[in-house]
Design a protein. Structure first.
Length: 410
């Protein structure tokens, strides 16, 4: 059977582009390897589906690592306001949290998925489940798609919307990369992103669950600064998490050093001056009492003291100068060595994917093969936590749909 477009993968990008094209009376086939659509979408936001962010679209360009420029056309063509309008018109009321995250009012990811599925149904998208694509070939501008059930389909356009490698149990196991490679595309090595990290220092295991609203972390690779980033931090039973870690995990490697300023925005110099100016006048106070002035959790202060083998109950007048300097150093530049970055089984997104230089950012079409398109996380794009990845999926899908519609008119 011949279609105008075959979409591979029924995640947010695949579902969205399918219904957009079908609404233009184009014949669309959507192939999904699972028995149901959107398995990973159902897990997003802990099952509550933070589907976009309400901040200014200019802020979005700060939330995709080194590759935000590639998304500029897509994000401005279909922005977050348009995304919220789409779901509102689909009967999904939404709620904007103070941090800008946008959730369905029901806080149920299945409502977002159902809105996409209903839109596909109403626009007559042909969805085939349990259809694992095993091969895609092209001859004389016509694509042939072969599936595991020995079916063969033909199409003028192919859209690969298979996602990355995170949460592989949902079917997101990197198959899109192998299809892209067969069609001549290069792949940037996929790595886990938006994930926790395990650190070598186990001194803080007892602080599991303790969070900090704002810290600054700096990543060092071979003693060279990679990036500094400010956001919330969470201690876990294995290491570190929270937005500051999740949003920078794309840059981390085993053996890297992470230094953390727990007193941000105060600098090392400012905290050192504070100790110099006030410690001597508090000579009769215990160290742990003096440290209360820094507004840090007591359990954290005690743990740092124990780590440095400093008695938290020592009188300030008896605190050696070297120990004072070490405390300042550890509060503002605490070093952790990365033992491991969380694997794909726990990563919320994938860094790496189809090489962006081989994809036209104005159309999402391959620069190497006409009629071949890539949308969503299969591309070498990963956003911060907060709805940015799902918005990128919708935006790239929309831009791709516009390109296919325009091409069909000619």
């Amino acid at each position: 059977m011949h279609y105008n477009t075959i979409v591979i993968g029924a995640g947010p990008a695949g579902l969205f582009i399918s219904q957009l094209l079908a609404k233009q009376n184009l014949k669309v086939l959507l192939l999904e390897r699972n028995a149901k659509a959107g398995k990973k979408l159902l897990l997003s936001g802990s099952g509550q589906c933070n589907f976009t962010h309400a901040g200014p679209i200019s802020h979005f360009f700060e939330c995709y690592g080194d590759h935000a420029k590639f998304l500029k056309k897509a994000l401005t063509t279909f922005n977050n306001k348009m995304c919220m309008d789409f779901f509102e018109k689909s009967g999904i009321a939404y709620h904007i949290y103070p941090n800008g995250k946008v959730f369905p009012k029901s806080m149920k990811s299945e409502d977002v998925l159902n809105a996409l599925l209903v839109s596909c149904q109403l626009s007559n998208v042909d969805i085939r489940y349990n259809s694992l694509v095993e091969d895609v070939t092209v001859y004389d501008t016509i694509f042939t798609v072969e599936t595991n059930d020995n079916k063969r389909y033909f199409s003028d356009n192919i859209v690969i919307a298979t996602g990355g490698k995170s949460y592989p149990k949902t079917g997101s196991d990197g198959i899109g990369y192998s299809l892209a490679q067969r069609l001549g595309h290069g792949i940037v090595e996929p790595r886990p992103a938006l994930t926790d990290v395990r650190v070598k220092d186990k001194s803080f295991v007892g602080l599991s669950g303790l969070s900090f609203e704002q810290v600054e972390i700096t990543i060092w690779h071979n003693h060279k600064k990679v990036i500094a980033y400010q956001d919330g931090l969470l201690f876990t039973h294995k290491g570190l998490s929270g937005p500051a870690i999740l949003n920078t995990s794309r840059w981390m490697r085993k053996g890297d050093c992470i230094t953390i300023n727990f007193l941000y925005p105060k600098t090392y110099e400012e905290v050192k001056a504070f100790f110099t100016n006030h410690l001597s006048e508090s000579g009769k106070e215990e160290l742990i009492t003096f440290l209360k002035r820094l507004n840090l959790p007591k359990s954290f202060c005690v743990t740092v003291c124990n780590h440095l083998q400093a008695d938290p109950h020592i009188l300030c007048a008896k605190l050696p100068r070297k120990m004072r300097e070490e405390i300042v150093q550890y509060f503002t530049k605490f070093p952790f060595e990365v033992e491991a970055v969380g694997g794909f089984h726990m990563a919320m997104a994938t860094s790496g994917g189809v090489w962006l230089k081989e994809v036209n950012p104005s159309t999402m079409e391959s620069r190497k093969q006409k009629g071949l398109y890539f949308v969503g996380e299969v591309l070498d794009i990963d956003g911060n936590t907060g709805g940015y990845n799902i918005q990128a999926a919708f935006s790239t899908a929309y831009l791709c749909a516009e390109s296919i519609k325009e091409k069909t008119k000619k």
